[in-house]
Design a protein. Sequence first.
Length: 158
Amino acid sequence: MVDISTISIVIASIGVLAGVVYYFLDIRHRSRLRQTESLIRLSPWFNMSAKEVQEAISQVCSMEYENYEDYLQKYSGKPEQVMFKVLGNYFEGIGILVHRKLVDTDIVYDFWGDIIISTWEGNKSLVDGMRKDSGDAKTFAFWEYLYGELKKRQHQAL
C-alpha cells in the first residue's frame, strides 16, 4: 500500500519537473523574441511608416515594362527603381521572419497575402534579371520563399 509520504514525494517530483519544463520553454520563447528584435533592428526597412510602404507599393504596382532591359531603360536611377528595391527588401525581411518561424505565416497572409503574391508574380521576371545581372542567385530569395509559403496558404484557403 502507498503511504502519504510516497504520494507527497511523487507530487513534489512532478512539480519540480513541471517547473523545469516551464523554465526551458520560457528560455526558448525569450530567445525567439531576441532573434525577432535583432532582425527588426538590423533591417532599416522595418522602420518605414505605413505611408512609405503604401507609396512603395503604389510606385511598384504602377511600373510597366516589357523585360528587364526595358525596366532599366525606363526606371534606372528613378524613384520607381528605388521603391522596388525598398519594397523588395521589406518583403525580404518578412520572408526571413517567416522562414525562421519567428512570425506565423497565417498572420502574414492575413495582412499581406494578396500584395506580396501579386507584386512577386508581377515582378518575378525583374528579379530574375537582377539575379542574372548581379550574378547573385539569392537576390530576394526570402521574398520568393515568402511568396511560395503564401501561395501554399492561399491554396489551403480555397
